[in-house]
Design a protein around this ligand. Structure first.
Ligand SMILES: NC(=O)c1ccc[n+]([C@@H]2O[C@H](COP(=O)([O-])OP(=O)(O)OC[C@H]3O[C@@H](n4cnc5c(N)ncnc54)[C@H](O)[C@@H]3O)[C@@H](O)[C@H]2O)c1
Length: 252
């Protein structure tokens, strides 16, 4: 796929990885549909894209809302006339142990804690992927859908909810790669390791130190290293249904 003048939608585009993906794609001439729940953050990303001379519009949307997602993908096609790419990047963490017993005290991961992560990370990816695929087919765009998974998809202590969601979005990419190929649509996933973003900053310092010591590359990844992988997937028409691991070698 040629990035110049293609129309790419990015969820969670207000900060962190999503913002860097937007800036990187804008640098190569893509037009951006920037989606997030945080309107102020979206404006900041939009300003940075405008400085690179491309069209970038913002859409304040909660990816867990079926009605909002259906509406926004219709709006994107009305505003841009086409849709060539989607990056399912919006995601949250609500870490905790499944069951914790300490000093006679018992705590559990609540159903709300489990569902909140599944709703944003998995259901949001399903809804946006479904609507994007529909619009790509309707407008005869041979587009690309990229799901942002995680190294945690292999399973990680304290991340029952997050690990399950990230394994699932990787599987969605494989499924969509098979299912949507008949329409000329590709799908893929990226499984980043630990990347320097506001999300990583939510982790306890001792957890970060423990992780960095485990990373063969000896450091956290940079947002640009994930954004460059996004660019690579868009531009390489033979990547389909696969998960690209960008983790400094940390995966077990
Ligand atoms: N940072 C890392 O180390 C790392 C590693 C592996 C995978 N990931 C994944 O990469 C993606 C981006 O991570 P990040 O570190 O940039 O996170 P971040 O918290 O910095 O940014 C996430 C963005 O998603 C938005 N968002 C949250 N809930 C939303 C919703 N319901 N609807 C729309 N937007 C919503 C937030 O407002 C925010 O702007 C996530 O899916 C995350 O799981 C991150």
């Amino acid at each position: 796929m040629e990035l110049r003048e293609s129309v790419i939608a990015i969820t969670g585009a207000g900060q962190g990885l999503g913002q860097m993906m937007a800036i990187t794609l804008a640098h190569y001439g893509a037009e951006l549909a920037l989606m997030d729940v945080n309107e102020q953050a979206l404006k900041e990303t939009q300003d940075q894209c405008h400085m690179l001379g491309v069209k970038a519009l913002t859409y304040c949307v909660d990816v867990t809302s079926e009605g909002q997602v259906e509406q926004v993908f219709g709006d994107i096609v009305t505003d841009f006339g086409r849709l060539d790419g989607l990056i399912n990047n919006a995601g949250i963490l609500r870490d905790g142990l499944l069951v914790k017993v300490k000093d006679g005290q018992v705590s559990k991961m609540s159903l709300e804690q489990f569902n909140s992560v599944i709703n944003v990370n998995l259901t949001g990816t399903f809804l946006c992927g479904r609507e994007a695929a529909l619009r790509m087919i309707e407008t005869n765009c041979h587009g690309v859908i990229i799901n942002i998974s995680s190294v945690a998809r292999a399973g990680n202590i304290g991340q029952t909810n997050y690990a399950a969601s990230k394994a699932a979005v990787a599987t969605l990419a494989t499924t969509w790669g098979k299912e949507l190929a008949r329409y000329g649509i590709r799908a893929a996933a990226i499984a980043p390791g630990v990347i320097e973003t506001p999300m990583a900053a939510q982790m306890k310092p001792e957890a970060i130190a423990r992780l960095e010591a485990m990373i063969p590359a000896g450091r956290m990844g940079k947002t640009s290293e994930i954004a460059n992988t996004v660019k690579f997937i868009f531009e390489n028409d033979y990547i389909n249904g696969r998960v690209i691991e960008v983790d400094g070698g940390i995966r077990m």
